[in-house]
Write a protein that binds this ligand. Structure first.
Ligand SMILES: NC(=O)c1ccc[n+]([C@@H]2O[C@H](COP(=O)([O-])OP(=O)(O)OC[C@H]3O[C@@H](n4cnc5c(N)ncnc54)[C@H](O)[C@@H]3O)[C@@H](O)[C@H]2O)c1
Length: 266
């Protein structure tokens, strides 16, 4: 399936993996709505940069303020695609937050917030997008889970539970809507360079300077990545494009790891 001319929404696309996905979709010819919190100046600025980068590829782009944990925001995001682009063909639910800690470490509020954003946010965006996709009997949904949604990494009980939920939701939804022309799949990244992952490394390694942390991330990728480099947001973007283009791929959770975690490898 060719994606040229498709209209897409990517949540959490101001930066990181979401931006990588938005740009790879634009490269294949999609117009993209960038849904993000836009709650802090740096996020609003990052969203504008994503929009400019998509436009520089010759496609239409808009950034819309949306907290995926708020159902009316998800509905407004989909409405923006229908009104501004005239329809919606692809939804990528990427927005997510990390919470480090085991059952005894985190508060109930932290547990609920992670579930609200990562799992309920994905559910709400899918639910908002479905009526128009079902009406046109055509649509593609890709949800961003994690390898910790396939096999828990420990010390991230809320995050891991939410990502297992995203994998389950994607499979359940895939079987519900495949007969009606909508394909749902899931992508499961391992370690990808982003504010979320480099920030976590800074915490663990006690590095304070983000530039130094980014350089350390590159070195670790070159030294220990099975392919001799780290996984970048654009790598996840290309996997998402592949899921969108592959007509007969339905209901899968695709790990994109650069080979890390394979038996015999780090
Ligand atoms: N980076 C990794 O190594 C990695 C690995 C596996 C899975 N993931 C998943 O990939 C996705 C993107 O992660 P990232 O590493 O790019 O993170 P990031 O923190 O760099 O970017 C996340 C983006 O989502 C936005 N966001 C957060 N909460 C939101 C909300 N409630 N509503 C709308 N937008 C919101 C943020 O503003 C930000 O722009 C997440 O779902 C994450 O769990 C990341």
């Amino acid at each position: 399936m060719k994606l040229e001319g498709s209209r897409a929404i990517v949540t959490g696309a101001a930066r990181g993996i979401g931006r990588g996905i938005a740009l790879e979709l634009a490269r294949t010819g999609c117009d993209v709505i960038v849904g993000d919190l836009l709650d802090r100046p740096e996020i609003a600025e990052a969203a504008s940069e994503t929009v400019s980068a998509i436009e520089a590829l010759g496609r239409r782009a808009l950034s819309i303020r949306c907290d995926v944990s708020v159902e009316t925001d998800c509905e407004a995001l989909v409405r923006a695609a229908l009104e501004e682009f005239g329809g919606l063909d692809i939804l990528v639910c990427n927005a997510g937050i990390m919470q480090i800690g085991g059952v005894s470490d985190i508060t109930s509020e932290q547990w609920r917030r992670v579930l609200d954003v990562n799992l309920t946010g994905t559910f709400q965006c899918c639910r908002a997008a479905l009526p128009s996709m079902l009406e046109q009997a055509r649509g593609i949904i890709v949800n961003v889970a994690s390898t910790t949604g396939l096999r828990t990494g420990g010390e991230r009980v809320a995050y891991s539970s939410s990502k297992f939920g995203v994998v389950g939701l994607s499979q359940a939804l895939a079987s519900e809507v495949a007969p009606k022309g909508v394909r749902v799949n899931c992508v499961c990244p391992a370690f990808v360079r982003s504010d979320m992952s480099v920030g976590e490394m800074m915490l663990h390694a006690g590095i304070e300077d983000p530039v130094e942390a980014d350089a350390a991330w590159t070195r670790v990728g070159e030294k220990t990545g099975p392919l001799g480099r780290s996984v970048e947001p654009s790598d996840i973007g290309r996997a998402v494009v592949w899921l969108c283009e592959s007509d007969m791929v339905v209901g899968i959770a695709l790990p994109v790891t650069g080979g890390s975690g394979l038996p015999g490898l780090a």
